[in-house]
Design a protein around this ligand. Structure first.
Ligand SMILES: NC(=O)c1ccc[n+]([C@@H]2O[C@H](COP(=O)([O-])OP(=O)(O)OC[C@H]3O[C@@H](n4cnc5c(N)ncnc54)[C@H](OP(=O)(O)O)[C@@H]3O)[C@@H](O)[C@H]2O)c1
Length: 330
C-alpha cells in the first residue's frame, strides 16, 4: 500500500480509504469487523464515518474496532444531517456542532476525531460561525483537521478566505462524489483542491454499485442499495448512463479486469485524488475494490475510459478552452 500526504498537514493516509456507511446496516457487526480487519491487512489506515450512518450505529461499531489500534488509524466523522430529535438536531450551527462532536466522541470511544467534515454546506448558518466552532474544537484537541463534504468550490474558497483572515484552522480536505458517471468535480472542485493543496477523499467510486456491472449482467443480489434506496435511484437517473456503463463494461472485459477494480483505479488515477473511499457490504465486494491497487492505470487508459462519459464543460462554458482548463493537470 502506498501512502499520501493529506495536503500540507504532514499526516499520511493510505491510497485507498474505507467508508463505514454499511456498518450496522448492510453489514452487521460481525461483517463490519471482517471488513475492518481485511482493510487493515491491506494497509488501509483511514476509515471514514459520519454521525448519521445508521443513526450513530456505524460510529459505535467503528469505535469498538479501533480501540486496539487507535494510534495507527485515522478516523473521520461528519456533522450536518439530523440525528436525534428536536428543532436543532441538525445543521452547522455552533450549537449543533459542539453537541454533535461530543456525541460522536462518545460513540467512537475516543478523545479526538482526526478529520471532521461538515457533511454539506449549511446555507442558513453564517459560515464564519461554523468555522469558529471548528477552530475552537481544534484548539481543544477534539478534532484535528476540519474538512468539507459536498461543498461547491466557491463555498470551500469562501471558507478558506474567512479562515485565513481570522486565523482559524483551515479546511484541510474535501469529500466530493466522484466516479465515471459523476464527473462534475473535475470542473472546479478538483482543480481548486490542487491549487489550494487540499486533500480529496472522493466517495462512491462505483456509483453505488452500478460500475460493478451487476445491474447489466443480472448478477445483482436480492437486496442492493440501488433497488431499495430512492435517493440513489434519483441520483443515478441521468440520461446516457446505460451507454457509458455498457462501454465501460466491454472495456473492462476486453482488458481482463473486474469492472469494480477498474472503476476504483480510474478514480484514484486523477491527480487531485488523495484516496477514493471504498464502500462494501461484504468481503467479496471489498476484495474487488482492493484489486484496484494492482491495475497500472496509464494516462492512455484513463483517457480511453474518460471517453465513455461526457467530459463536463469548463466552468466558463468556453469549450474551445477545455484543453487549457487544467482538468486535473498541474
Ligand atoms: N460525504 C458523503 O456525502 C458520502 C456519501 C456517500 C458515501 N460516502 C462515504 O463513501 C463510502 C463509499 O461510498 P459508497 O458506498 O457510495 O461507494 P460506492 O463504491 O459507490 O458503492 C459501494 C456499494 O456498491 C456495491 N458494491 C461494492 N462492491 C461491489 C462489487 N464488487 N460487486 C457488486 N456490488 C458492489 C455495494 O452496495 P450494494 O450491495 O447495496 O449494491 C456497496 O455498498 C461510504 O461508506 C461513506 O464512507 C460519503
Amino acid at each position: 500500500m502506498d501512502y499520501q500526504f493529506v495536503g500540507n498537514t504532514g499526516v499520511k493516509v493510505s491510497r485507498l480509504a474505507f467508508g463505514t456507511m454499511s456498518f450496522g446496516g448492510d453489514a452487521d457487526e460481525t461483517t463490519s469487523g471482517q471488513l475492518f480487519s481485511r482493510c487493515r491487512d491491506a494497509g488501509i489506515n483511514f476509515f471514514d464515518c459520519a454521525n448519521m450512518y445508521q443513526q450513530g450505529k456505524a460510529e459505535e461499531i467503528l469505535g469498538k474496532l479501533i480501540a486496539p489500534c487507535r494510534e495507527e488509524v485515522i478516523i473521520s466523522s461528519k456533522v450536518y444531517f439530523n440525528i436525534g430529535t428536536g428543532e436543532n438536531a441538525g445543521g452547522a450551527s455552533r450549537r449543533h456542532i459542539l453537541q454533535a462532536v461530543e456525541a460522536s466522541l462518545r460513540r467512537l470511544k475516543t478523545d479526538r476525531i482526526d478529520f471532521y467534515f461538515i457533511h454539506r454546506f449549511d446555507d442558513r448558518t453564517d459560515l464564519e460561525q461554523t468555522l469558529r466552532a471548528l477552530n475552537d474544537l481544534v484548539s481543544q484537541g477534539k478534532i484535528l483537521y476540519p474538512m468539507a463534504s459536498n461543498f461547491a468550490a466557491w463555498q470551500v474558497s469562501k471558507a478558506l478566505g474567512i479562515s485565513a483572515i481570522r486565523g482559524f484552522a483551515r479546511f484541510a480536505g474535501i469529500q466530493p462524489m466522484y466516479n465515471l458517471l459523476k464527473r462534475q468535480a473535475e470542473v472546479e472542485l478538483l482543480p481548486m483542491a490542487q491549487a489550494e493543496n487540499l486533500a480529496v477523499f472522493s466517495y462512491s467510486p462505483l456509483a453505488a454499485g452500478i460500475l460493478s456491472g451487476k445491474y447489466f449482467k443480472n448478477t445483482a443480489q436480492e437486496v442492493s442499495r440501488l433497488k431499495t434506496n430512492k435517493i440513489y435511484q434519483a441520483r443515478y437517473a441521468d440520461q446516457g448512463i446505460t451507454d457509458t456503463v455498457s462501454h465501460f463494461l466491454q472495456y473492462a472485459e476486453s482488458h481482463g479486469y473486474d469492472p469494480a477494480s477498474l472503476a476504483v483505479a480510474w478514480v484514484a488515477s486523477h491527480p487531485a485524488i488523495t484516496a477514493p473511499i471504498l464502500g462494501a457490504r461484504n468481503l467479496n465486494q471489498l476484495e474487488s475494490s482492493l484489486k484496484a491497487l494492482e491495475i497500472p492505470m496509464t494516462a492512455e487508459m484513463r483517457a480511453e475510459i474518460c471517453a465513455f462519459s461526457p467530459t463536463p464543460a469548463p466552468a466558463t462554458d468556453r469549450n474551445e478552452e477545455v484543453s487549457s482548463a487544467s482538468f486535473g493537470v498541474r
